[in-house]
Design a protein. Sequence first.
Length: 635
Amino acid sequence: MILESWIRSKKLGVNPHFTEKKVLTNKDLEKRISERELLYTTAIPIMKTLYNFVKGSNFLIILSDEDGYLLKVIGDPNILAMAEDNVLIEGSNRSEKKLGTNGIGTCLYLKEPIQVWADEHFYILHSNWVCSGAPIINENGKLLGSLCITGTWDKVHIHTLGMVVSGAAAISKQMDLQNAYYKLIEVKNQLDIMVESLKSGAILINNGIIIKVNSLACQILRINEKDLLNSSIINIISEIDFKKSKKNIYSKEINIGKNHKVKVSLTSIIVQKSNIKNSSEFLLTFEEIKNVHKLVTKTVGSNAHFFFDDIIGNSQPIIISKRLGKIASENNANVLLIGDSGTGKELFAQSIHNSSTYSTGPFIDINCGAIPKSLIESELFGYESGAFTGARREGCAGKFELANGGTIFLDEIGDMPYDVQAALLRVIQNREVFRIGGKTPIKIDVRIIAATNKDLEQSILNNTFRRDLYYRLNVFNIKIPPLAERGNDIILLADYFVKKYKLRANKIITGIDKNVYDALMSYHWPGNVRELENTIERAILVAQTNVITINDLPDNIIANTKTNKKTININNNYIGDSLPNKTLNKVEINLINNALKTNNGNIKKTAESIGMSRRTLYRKLDKYKIDYKLMRINK
C-alpha cells in the first residue's frame, strides 16, 4: 500500500522537499466545520477520551474531513508546537495530492486504516513522525473524514492503530445513531402534522392504551389531551372490544356519553418484523354525526344552486310568486308549492332555502313519488342496526337527519303513501325523528318545503291524503303559474335557453326568427318551462343556420301554429297590418278576439281552434278584459 501511494504521489507531482504552508482562513475553516457539524460535534468527545489515554506522551489526536482538511487537533503543548512547525495544524490540508503518502491522506484515499512510519512518509520533513489513521465511514458507505493519532516514531505503541480504528468506528456509529434519532424526530413531526391535519378525530392505540391523539379528537370527545394520553381506550369507548377486534371497522355509530353520537372507523396496523410480542396497534378515526351528515349531503345530497334572481320572468303571475317566495324565506314556516309539472317548483324551493337562515345548512330533496312504498319510510327516517332483513349492520341516517340544520324538499308530496303520512306528521309536530327499530328520538332542526301538482283538497276527499298533514304543510302556500299564463316570459325564457344550450352544443346561434316567437307564444305548453327548455335545446341541435327557424320546432308546435294561422287569416287585413308594430301581448289579444268572432263566442270551439285549454282561455279573457258574450251578440 505504501509503495502504491508513493507512485500515486509522484504522478500527482508532489514535491517531497517542499509543501505549502497555506491554511484555511478562520472564516473558511468555520464554514467547513459548520457544514460538517454532526461529524465535528460527535468526534470531539471521543477525541477527548482518546487524548486522556495518551496524555503526556507527546501524541496528537487529529480529526479531518473527507477532503483532508484538519478540523480539530488535540495534544500536549510541546507536541503542538512541533506540529505547527510542520504545518500540522487546523485548516491545513493533508490529502495525498497535497502532501503525498501520510496517515491521513492515504487512509482517506484507500478508505482503510493505515499506519505510516517515519521514512514511509513521502514528505521528507515527516520522517521523524509516525501516523495511524482510520477513515470515518457511515452505514451507507459514505466517507465522512478520518481520525488520526500521530507523534514521534520513538513514542509509538503497538496498539495505537487499534485505538484509532475503534475511535473512528465509535464516531461513525454515534453519527448513525444520531441520524436515526433525527430521522425519528422528523418522522414524528411529520406524523404529528399528518394526524393534526386530518379532518376527522384520530386516536392511535397500542395494546388498548392511547399513545397519540389530535386536537379534533379532543374537541369531539370533549376531553383534554393530557387526560387522553396513556389512558385506556375502554374508558372512552366501551362498545368496541379492542382486544378481540381483528378486522377493520369502516363505519360504525357509537355513543360517547349521553346523547352524543360519533361515527368511527377502526384500522388495524400490522407492525412488520416487530420483536414486541402480543403487540396490537389501532388507528381510530371518528366524526360527530352532524359533521358526517354534512359530508354525506355534499356527496349524495342536492346542492341548492338557484336564487330568486335566477328565476327568469317579469310577468305579473311570476312576480307575485317570487314576492311570496321571498316573504316565505324570511320566516321558518312550512311552505307548500303548488304548480303543474315543469313550472319550476324546485327552483323556488332552492331559492327559498338560499335566502333563509337555513342557507348554510344542507339542502336535501326527495321525490315522494319516485321511491317504492316499502322503502320510503327508511329513506325519510333512517333505521337502526338490524331493523329489518338487509339493513346495514351499522344502521343508516334518514333524509331528515341529513337535512338537520338545513332544508328538506318533499317533492310530489301528494304521492306519499297514506300510512307514511302519519309518521311524517309526527316529525313535523315534534321536530324529532325515530329511526326504524330505534327507541331514542333524534332532535332535528329542519326547514320543510313541500311541493305538489295535485289538488290536495280533492285528495283529502278521496281519502288519499291526510287533512291534518295538509294543514301542517299548508302554512304558507305559493302557486307557481303555468307557462301559458306568463305572457312575454316565454320570449325571455326562450332567449335564455338559446344562450345556455348553444354553448353546450358548440354552435353559433345569433337569434330566433320572429315566426318562431309567434309560434312559441301561441302554443299552450302543457309541459310548461321544462317543455320550452327541451324545445329550444332540440331546435339548436337541428338548426341548419345561425338563426332558429319555424322548421326547427317540433311537429306539434308547428301544427298548432298552422291551425292558429287559419283563424288569423279570417281577419287578415287587420292582423297583418298591425302585427309588426304591436307587442306580443297585443298579438295574443288579437288572436283570441279573432278566434272568438270566428266561433261566435263559443269558448270550447275557440279554445280548440287556438290550441288552448278552456281553463287557460278563461284566464286570458279575464287578464285582457275580453267580454266573450259580446261576440255572441254582435254575431
